[in-house]
Design a protein around this ligand. Structure first.
Ligand SMILES: Cc1cc2nc3c(=O)[nH]c(=O)nc-3n(C[C@H](O)[C@H](O)[C@H](O)COP(=O)(O)OP(=O)(O)OC[C@H]3O[C@@H](n4cnc5c(N)ncnc54)[C@H](O)[C@@H]3O)c2cc1C
Length: 465
């Protein structure tokens, strides 16, 4: 295989469109395979590329939020997705929301007119020859998933059961206590929230009565017994949770010297302990209900939620185990991965991963070093997630949006707004320092975009999703 052979990108969603565009811009020939219009996943309804399957919002554009930082960096590297989003922006407060048809049409136009991208419609059912980028998303077609599974074995997941994550500094430490069951490990790996019998029974009642999200037709709930939603366990019997994830045995509350009636365990989500996962609390409760019901737990009255729990069909790899640092597969290095299939979550994160993968493929093709932006930038923080650097050793790999917990922590005691400013300033400075090493021009940090004028926010859900 010569290095000027075309690179096959499978999937023209958010990640595949960005990856193909950037590869073409870097001088490579690309074959972009997209199953639409012949075949569509149950969540896709249009024939255009980069379809937004649900909300038309790319979330906050505030450059001091982690997602806003990611927007800014993608604009600076000339992202086709961000540029098309800006060109089709609609008023939505500080969110970057778009007119979805116009946005997808613009991405499709840019890719179709690139001159270096050959578009091949139709489902890919077997792994093509040569260098291949998989950007087939959370609903990768069944035939291709089967083909991929020959390389991944059990490290290719189909359901994403996500427990909520709470900001560490919003947990009431006058109630929570640090301990591991029977003092195993270093004896203080978990934060534990003790419940009395009354508190526990009230919590179980609320879980049973709480409003749940109705699954999509293609998400027929087939739960793994080891990974049941917390409310399903509650519905199976009053004591099921206290014998399951809320079991108190071996957890002595230092304030009483006894095991509580039940316990909620919080596991560290990042090495710095800025974010904590509610162990075993994967859930289909609606987000407002999660905030209300989990906010009743002792110690979580003032909880700030980094991420809410959810369960949905999601095809993703155990990337830290399966992928090399250049996002290619250890078992088959000509296969690269981009987007949600790597375990990032969301439109913009998938786009960002598509960009990073394009840099990695370009580095391989040109025999240069793959040098993604540093971990202190939003792009680099996502890369830290996919490579496993942002996670405590042994923690299960789970998809995530870009959040501050993925960044190396900013040192020093500061109030929250100052801390955000510090993250953003460090990120900008480190991105500026990285920019000259990028294989393409990087724009200077822009002045903030004016928010479009308009009456009410225009954020919608797609009718199909
Ligand atoms: C029901 C649902 C709702 C969601 N809601 C939101 C939301 O509101 N906000 C948000 O940020 N994120 C949301 N997400 C997540 C979002 O869809 C992803 O983050 C994002 O689209 C992933 O980008 P991607 O490029 O990895 O995959 P996709 O955008 O899904 O693109 C994958 C592409 O690959 C194609 N494809 C798949 N298999 C094959 C094959 N074998 N051959 C050829 N082509 C193939 C598909 O047709 C598709 O065009 C939602 C996901 C789902 C499933």
């Amino acid at each position: 295989m010569t290095s000027d052979a075309p690179i096959t990108v499978i999937g023209a969603g958010l990640a595949g469109s960005e990856c193909a565009y950037q590869l073409a811009r870097l001088g490579h020939r690309v074959i972009l395979c997209e199953q639409k219009p012949q075949k569509r996943s149950p969540a896709h309804s249009s024939n255009a590329f980069a379809e937004l399957v649900c909300s038309n919002s790319m979330r906050s554009d505030n450059p001091e939020s982690a997602i806003g930082m990611l927007h800014a960096e993608l604009r600076r590297v000339g992202s086709v997705i961000l540029n098309s989003a800006d060109a089709n922006r609609v008023p939505a407060g500080d969110a970057l929301a778009v007119e979805r048809e116009g946005f997808s049409a613009e991405v499709t136009r840019q890719l179709s007119s690139s001159g270096r991208i050959t578009i091949v419609p139709g489902e890919v059912t077997a792994i093509p020859d040569g260098d291949v980028v998989f950007a087939t998303g959370p609903l990768t077609s069944e035939a291709l998933t089967t083909a991929l599974a020959t390389f991944t074995g059990e490290k290719l997941y189909f359901y994403d059961a996500i427990a909520p994550i709470v900001a560490g500094d919003s947990v009431d430490m006058s109630i929570a206590f640090r301990a591991s069951r029977y003092d195993k490990g270093d004896g203080a790996d978990y934060l534990n929230l003790p419940l009395t019998k009354d508190e526990y029974l009230r919590f179980v009642q609320e879980l049973c009565a709480g409003q749940k999200v109705t699954p999509h037709a293609f998400e027929e709930p087939k739960y793994f017994e080891g990974c049941l939603p917390v409310e399903v366990m509650a519905e199976r019997g009053e004591r099921v949770l206290s014998f399951g994830p809320m079991k108190p045995v071996g957890l002595t509350d230092p304030r009483t010297g006894r095991w509580p009636y039940a316990v909620v365990q919080l596991r560290m989500e990042d090495r710095a302990g800025t974010a904590w996962n509610l162990v075993g609390f994967q859930t289909r409760l609606t987000w407002p209900e999660q905030k209300r019901i989990f906010g009743m737990l002792p110690g979580l009255q003032n909880a700030e939620w980094v991420r809410m729990g959810q369960i949905h069909r999601n095809t993703f790899l155990d990337s830290p185990k399966l992928l090399e640092r250049d996002l290619s597969m250890k078992a088959e290095p000509r296969l690269f991965f981009a987007g949600q299939i790597t375990g990032v979550e969301g439109y913009v994160e998938s786009t960002a991963c598509g960009y990073l993968t394009a840099l990695a493929v370009h580095a391989r093709r040109t025999g240069t070093a793959f040098a993604p932006p540093p971990g202190t930038t939003a792009l680099g923080a996502l890369y830290r997630h996919v490579t496993g650097e942002a996670h405590p050793p042994g923690a299960p790999y789970q998809p995530t949006n870009v959040v501050y917990a993925l960044f190396p922590p900013v040192e020093g005691r500061m109030k929250k707004p100052e801390k955000r400013q510090a993250y953003a300033a460090r990120s900008r400075a480190d991105f500026d320092a990285w920019a000259p090493s990028a294989p393409h021009p990087v724009l200077p940090a822009p002045a903030p975009l004016p928010l479009p004028a308009g009456p009410s926010p225009l954020v919608t859900q797609a009718t199909s999703a």
